[in-house]
Design a protein. Structure first.
Length: 675
């Protein structure tokens, strides 16, 4: 009997799994009337159905670079945990059998992508996996990192394992077209086709064909005739074999249909998102700010030695602010922005927990985005009405709640981000660059080509914000520098009565963080077309006006400051590097001259782009334009850049990678016939 599928969620809303626990504590799906795993022996079943037929050990031994596996239906994560254990076994044996001739051949990174439409909560995952105490040493790490139930991509990096789990909370047919491929192995789980026909669709099979390459394997518990016929038609050679336990039959197979010389055809991925991947022999990153340091770390954790070059040292420019507000400023009606920044925010939080102790360079003290104007109140109302984020991510609070949470008397409520807070970007950068594969060099670079050739660098990443344009004169990088001045408020010399009871970060027109070492950090001014590096009294006074948004105690502080006016205040000046659409620019650089000529057809119709490789500036990549949101965007963008460089599947949706592509402004202008 076919079950009614769970009610469809709207927009970014997710439908969590409805789990029933039987008297033995085994999870059972109420929606699909089915078990998550074999109740007698979930571990043996997973190995029998998925892991063994995929011949992982043998293939990792022969597969160079990153190996990508996609699972439909993450469920409790049991298949993932067991695959992870296989990966640990493989890495251990690789270490013991190091041989110069074969080391290069082996897989050095496992990317496990799992798609789940009806996710379990962290607590449910933990409860289900507690049935297997022998897996606790890895399952605890999964539950530590397991994300909030927010629709979309979540890329989880497991420190020390060279393993990435990208969890995609979405329908398989929505998620698969967002992968860039290629995929090396498929686990088709996802409840029986008779009970869950919505997953076993034409989109599933056609996406699998487009994303597979020769010898990509598949393993599935089902041998249903419809599935077998559809997979055969999509190009898989299948074996029907005896199933596990009481199950009569199951299937495994290989992709044999040749897709031509390209593993992933350009119908699936646009040529401008697919630079040629070349071996990284020697790589330098120019810029030791948050973009450069996170990129260096993302590469180093993949085993790649990196040199960061900066004329001043670690995080001395815009990333040198002592307390940056870390949260996701979201906009109603701008789905791409919000999705990228929410994913980035959750990614940054995971990195902060992994790399810093709270109290040492960051504080997850919560953050209130105040609704201090009528316009902002309306914007927040609209945003909350149109989106469905979990309360743990953000929720509305009124003035009274804002006062209780913040510890100061607020006149307005706003949006509360319970886990957000402030971060010292410099402290994060210092910590990341402790990685033994990262070297720092103080040097001023003027000519990128000369530097690349003279030093035999195969790859260069430009991550020096506003200074990047001068290094890349032939690329169209429409970044804008926006000056920001911070004011530090201290007890002396003005004998100020500081509201030291402030417990959370407050964001209005400006922001203020809880006092750190007796000092408040207030900011930041927003000066367009202004390259003054010295601090100005008038900008400190502008910052004082921001205090009025922060409630009674801060308004009193403003009055005091007016009465005890000084000639100067401590603070600092930095320059944000922003882009016209306020999203960073991350990825390879197309050769614009060649592109203009070869892809001229996009001027008439973007969809009719030529299905051919685009020419890129070989070995040249950028990671810039993070504006004042680098703390939220940099770790995710670093992972994206590492994926480009290493030929891996992206940690985010393909359309989001396209929204971040440095060439997007050039391409938009071609499409609008502006060039
Ligand atoms: N592999 C899992 C494990 O190791 O625990 C068990 C998977 S369980 C048998 C099947 C999973 O597929 C469920 O978690 C279900 O919510 C998910 N699922 C069902 N329909 C889906 C769809 N259309 N897209 C993505 N996931 C789906």
């Amino acid at each position: 009997m076919k079950n009614a599928p769970p009610a469809e969620a709207t927009q970014n809303e997710l439908t969590p799994a409805k789990v029933h626990w039987d008297p033995q504590g085994q999870p059972f799906s109420e929606d699909f009337n089915d078990v998550y795993f074999n109740t007698d022996s979930g571990i043996d079943e997973s190995r029998f159905v998925y892991i063994n037929p995929s011949r992982l050990q043998e293939r990792w031994q022969q597969h160079q670079g990153s190996f990508t596996l996609v699972e439909t239906g993450f469920g409790t994560g049991l298949n993932f945990i067991l695959t992870w254990l296989e990966w640990i076994k493989f890495q251990k044996s690789a270490k013991e059998n190091t041989r110069a001739d074969t080391d290069q051949q082996r897989s050095n990174h496992l990317h496990f992508i799992s798609i789940e439409k009806f996710p379990l909560t962290k607590q449910q995952i933990s409860q289900a996996l507690s049935l297997f105490p022998q897996l606790k040493h890895v399952s605890d790490q999964l539950t530590d990192e397991y994300p909030l139930l927010v629709k979309g991509f979540h890329s989880l990096q497991f420190k020390d394992y060279n393993l990435t789990l990208t969890l995609i909370f979405d329908d398989a047919s929505q998620a698969l077209p967002q992968l860039n491929g290629p995929i090396d192995a498929w686990y088709l789980d996802g409840f029986a086709p008779a009970k869950n026909p919505d997953m076993w669709t034409e989109t599933l099979y056609s996406s699998m064909a487009q994303l597979s390459r020769k010898n990509t394997t598949l393993a599935t518990f089902t041998a249903a005739g419809d599935v077998r016929r559809a997979l055969s038609a999509a190009g898989f050679k299948l074996n029907k074999v005896s199933g596990f336990g009481m199950k009569r039959e199951m299937m495994h197979g290989e992709f044999i249909q040749s897709q031509g010389p390209l593993a992933t055809p350009f119908d699936t991925i646009k040529p401008w998102l697919k630079p040629k991947v070349t071996a990284i022999k020697k790589i330098a990153i120019i810029g030791a700010g948050i973009a450069g340091c996170t990129t260096a770390y993302a590469l180093a954790r993949r085993g790649i030695a990196v040199t960061i070059i900066d004329k001043h040292g670690i995080a001395t420019e815009a990333s040198g602010n002592p307390q940056g507000a870390m949260y996701a400023k979201l906009a109603a009606g701008e789905a791409t922005h919000s999705e990228i920044y929410v994913q980035g925010y959750l990614q940054s939080l995971r990195w902060l927990y992994q790399h810093l102790e709270t109290g040492d360079g960051w504080d997850n003290c919560g953050l209130i985005q105040l609704a201090s104007t009528e316009k902002e109140t309306l914007r927040q109302k609209k945003f909350i009405a149109n989106t469905h984020y979990p309360n743990e991510l953000l929720h509305s609070i009124d003035a009274q709640q804002a006062s209780e949470i913040s510890g100061v008397t607020m006149e307005n409520g706003g949006l509360f981000f319970p886990e957000a807070g402030w971060v010292s970007p410099q402290r994060l950068c210092q910590q990341l660059t402790l990685h033994p594969l990262i070297t720092l060099k103080n040097q001023h670079i003027e000519d990128i080509s000369a530097f690349k050739n003279d030093n035999n660098y195969s790859h260069i990443v430009i991550a020096c914000a506003n200074q990047s344009k001068a290094l890349l004169k032939t690329s169209y990088l429409p970044t804008k520098s926006i000056r920001g001045q911070l004011t530090y408020l201290e007890q002396s010399p003005n004998q100020l009565q500081l509201p030291v009871g402030l417990k959370t970060v407050l964001c209005g027109k400006g922001y203020i963080a809880p006092a750190h070492q007796g000092k408040f950090c207030l900011g930041a001014s927003y000066n367009i077309k202004d390259d003054e590096t010295q601090m100005r009294l008038s900008d400190h006074q502008k910052n004082f006006n921001y205090l009025d948004d922060f409630g009674k105690e801060f308004q009193q502080l403003h009055t005091q400051l007016n009465k005890q006016a000084a000639d100067s205040y401590p603070g600092r000046t930095g320059f944000r590097c922003t882009t016209p659409d306020y999203l960073p620019m991350v990825g390879p650089l197309i050769d614009e001259g060649d592109f203009d000529h070869e892809f001229t057809a996009i001027r008439k119709n973007l969809a009719r782009y030529p299905r051919q490789a685009a020419k890129f500036h070989e070995g040249l990549y950028v990671n810039i334009g993070h504006g004042s949101r680098g703390l939220t965007s940099a770790p995710l963008c670093a992972e994206l850049l590492a994926a480009y460089l290493c030929g891996e599947n992206f940690p985010l949706a393909k359309n989001h990678a396209e929204a971040l592509l440095p060439a997007r402004f050039f391409i938009r202008e071609m499409v609008r016939n502006k060039r």
